[in-house]
Design a protein around this ligand. Sequence first.
Ligand code: PMP
Length: 359
Amino acid sequence: MVPDPMSWVRDDLRTATGYSVLEAPDGTIKLDAMENPFGLPDPVRQELAKAVSTISLNRYPDPRATDLRLEASRLIGVVPEKLFFGNGSDEILLNLFLATKGTIVTPEPTFSMYRIIAGTVQRSFKGFPLNPDYSFDPEILPSVLSREPPGILVLASPNNPTGVACPLKTVFRAAKIAREYGFVTLLDEAYYPFHGETALSEAGGEDVLVLRTFSKMGLAGLRLGFLVAPEPLVQLLDVLRLPYNMDSLTQRAAVLLMRDVYPLLEKQVEEICLLRDQLFSGMQSIPGVSPVPSRANFILFRVKGVPPPVLFRRLLEKGVLVRDVSGHHPLLEGTLRVTVGTGEENGSFLKALREGVGG
Ligand code: PMP
């Protein structure tokens, strides 16, 4: 018998699937990935180019990301020592899951990377269902947590792909129950800019670990996320963080953007929220389409009379890329998710949707 040439590969990875990123032809209206559709104006781009032009790329980056840390501390209002940065918030999840033990527990449907990263680092993972209306009842937690070795309870609010936010009172109630079972609670506030409610004001990253990203408000290409956590945890995470995970370009650009461009991004976020509400009304007026009220920059919607994969293809043929999430969880049956685009993009999507569900 010929020996297996890949016998040294982890068995569980052979059948695993990673995060799927959709690809579409140039010119497609991209409403699949919760990106800010506006981009940065020319003067800001020029300022950015100037700022990064003086970086010594022959030198390693500042391993402590000092300037970035101070600027973020000022912006968010937490002490610099409580901040942990990552190459996107995905990397922070990876580091956090590597540094801890026990089970990762989360109500589903939610962001698929929690499950994927847990699998990557061979952590036990337990998903349990949200209510059918995608709300979360913390009183279900004792029955779930009592069966698992204590690890991390992960909550996303607003949640992806539902767009539903969890009231802070509920988050803190969940965190209290979790603590009784030895679990720590991680609140993923990736869509905080569109919702405006944060556990940071009350918990200060002590009772609840708070995860944020700059991706959704307009800087997805920069890859910058941060965690607000008690100092001892930040120090522990620093042990396994790769020394130069934040490159010099990102550090320099992020400082400039936080210092000078943040108000512009906030204005864009306001505009996106208005566009979201218009898009929601537009979708509601289409027979057979039921959008779920959203606190984020995307809208989950259920369709009747046409299978989501068919609608996905019809929309793509009309030049609009959305995400078919119908197969991700039983509670998502019949649903797709669309990101809020510019007014014009949303108009093209609504037209394509009306035609797409019409047959
Ligand atoms: N958390 C949630 C809930 C998300 O939806 C996403 C992106 N889809 C992320 C985290 C990851 O964001 P990033 O890695 O770009 O910071």
